[in-house]
Design a protein around this ligand. Structure first.
Ligand SMILES: [Fe+2]
Ligand SMILES: [Fe+2]
Length: 354
């Protein structure tokens, strides 16, 4: 984490001011700039370590409903353990000078599932060998964050980037001081490495062509704030990589259009939180039109996007990249998309390159 920029004061109207952080290696932004110059990278590869946060949506919905609904804290729900997996993505970036960086987006949810998928994808060894440069936490939701211990047991001091809106339970989990027998979440391994906490006016630019942007938004199950990564790939354009994308895919892309210097839309990977439980709402058609308007070249989606949305978007010309059958090798299979004629998700074990 040597070459990096931490851009403070990114207001809607542009950069309010630059900042040089203490501790070495942090470089401020030019004060006069209207948009953020995040630099460029050469290429980007994303591996779906696991997109199956839960295996069966009706069971997930029932857990939430039985506990009192979506306004109940996720720390107060007795989740059906056999339905739980987790979300995690391995991001490999090649910089213009040929250096390669690895970023893990989210540790996932149930520890034994994440231990299994980390072993299957080789992420466990990469963590042991200090090959993964940083862990980015998209948001505090159970399915993205609660298996933090599955990462820390391999690399306790991994540099960590997270939104500054975590609740006390989430902070205790990071400190290795949290155990909750009702929701079944625990961690007794304190994170000991460097932490970068992002607020809504910050843009973190750890390497040329790589940025993390936090959106301060309210999210169901008493979570606040989500961040996603942007990559500016030379000769291609900007690729957004997300966890759940509770900020909304259009909000995310519009932010990039307004704030990233030289923005050219190119791709998206991740959960897009549209028809998360396969429900339909006419406004989802409008999201299809909005996404089409960006003229993206590659859209790899999964998790909370909604199979129904991905199918409809593909039928209407959004360049959805279909997954392989590799996910069938995993020990638990999702019920989502069962029997569908084509695989509109990038599923467990799939890879997309930008
Ligand atoms: Fe999620
Ligand atoms: Fe979420």
């Amino acid at each position: 984490m040597k070459r990096r920029k931490f851009i403070k004061g990114m207001a809607a109207a542009g950069l309010a001011g630059g900042l040089t952080m203490g501790g070495g290696g942090l470089v401020g932004m030019a004060k006069a700039a209207k948009k953020a110059d995040i630099g460029q990278c050469k290429s980007l590869k994303v591996t779906c370590v696991s997109e199956t946060s839960w295996f069966d949506s009706p069971t997930m919905l029932k857990d939430i409903k039985d506990a009192g609904g979506a306004m109940v804290s996720h720390y107060e729900i007795p989740w059906t353990q056999e339905n739980i997996g987790g979300y995690s993505a391995l991001i490999e970036v090649e910089l213009l000078d040929g250096t390669r960086k690895k970023i893990l987006l989210d540790p996932g949810w149930r520890q034994d599932w994440m231990d299994y998928v980390f072993a299957k994808s080789g992420v466990d060894k990469m963590l042991d060998n200090r090959e993964i440069d940083m862990l980015v936490l998209s948001h505090e939701h159970e399915d993205h964050y609660w298996a933090l211990k599955s990462v820390l047991k391999h690399h306790q001091d991994i540099p960590l980037v997270f939104p500054n809106t975590f609740y006390p339970e989430g902070k205790l989990l990071m400190e290795g001081k949290y155990k909750n027998d009702l929701a079944k979440v625990e961690n007794d391994i304190p994170h000991t490495g460097e932490r970068v906490e992002l607020g809504p006016n910050d843009l973190y630019n750890p390497y040329p062509g790589v940025a993390v942007k936090m959106f301060d938004i309210p999210i169901l199950l008493r979570v606040r704030g989500e961040q996603n990564l942007f990559f500016n790939v030379k000769d291609k354009g900007v690729v957004a990589v997300t966890g759940c994308c509770h900020q909304g895919v259009l909000t995310m892309l519009n932010w990039a259009r307004r704030n990233i210097d030289g923005f050219k839309p190119y791709g998206v990977y991740g959960g897009l939180h549209i028809a998360a439980f396969e429900n339909w709402d006419p406004k989802f058609d409008d999201i299809i039109q909005g996404v089409k308007g960006f003229g993206l070249r590659k859209v790899g989606c999964n998790h909370c996007t909604g199979w129904i949305w991905a199918s409809k978007a593909r039928a209407q010309g959004v360049p959805i990249v279909c997954g392989t059958e590799r996910y069938r090798e995993y020990k638990t299979l999702p019920t989502t998309g069962k029997g569908a004629p084509e695989n509109v998700y990038l599923r467990n074990g799939d890879v997309i390159e930008f």
